[in-house]
Design a protein around this ligand. Structure first.
Ligand SMILES: [Zn+2]
Length: 156
């Protein structure tokens, strides 16, 4: 399956019915968007979306009522690579409830610097333009869910 591509305008979701790529703005991801061509409901975001630059990071974290978890990571970081499959399975389990995104701190160092990150991996939770919490370290899925719930990013 292809990765969802993202930029400051939004995320491209492929339609399961007609295969058309649909560009969904960041602030509309929570509205169960439909395909522009065949009107089928689009699948949600079931894997981490790559944030390729500062503008996309700003757009992704600046709007939207769907909680967004940004994974600050780097290729050289072994714990980051350990965490990656956990986040992939969480993105699948929490499709439609939480969006997971990845930010490579080597390629896009600005946002991590503004947050004052001391270590990676660090997860940061955003909702409606607000930073709700941060968690450093490669934790198991259950711990990440508990953190999300406590920080206000997961209902129920
Ligand atoms: Zn379609």
């Amino acid at each position: 399956m292809a990765n969802h591509t993202s930029n400051e305008q939004g995320v491209t979701l492929p339609c399961a019915e007609c295969k058309a790529g649909n560009r969904i703005p960041w602030d509309r991801l929570h509205q169960a968007p439909k395909c522009g061509r065949c009107k089928a409901f689009l699948p949600g975001i079931d894997r981490p979306v790559v944030l390729p630059d500062d503008a996309t990071f700003a757009a992704a974290t600046g709007t939207g009522s769907l909680p967004l978890v940004v994974d600050f990571w780097a290729e050289w970081c072994a714990p980051c690579r350990m965490l990656a499959p956990t986040l992939e399975s969480l993105a699948e389990d929490l499709e439609g409830a939480v969006v997971f995104a990845k930010l490579d701190t080597e390629a896009v160092p600005g946002p991590g610097r503004s947050l004052g990150l001391r270590s990676i991996p660090t997860l940061a939770l955003y909702r409606r333009g607000e930073l709700l919490g941060q968690q450093a370290g490669a934790h198991p899925a259950q711990t990440i869910r508990q953190w999300l719930r406590a920080a206000g990013g997961l209902d129920g």
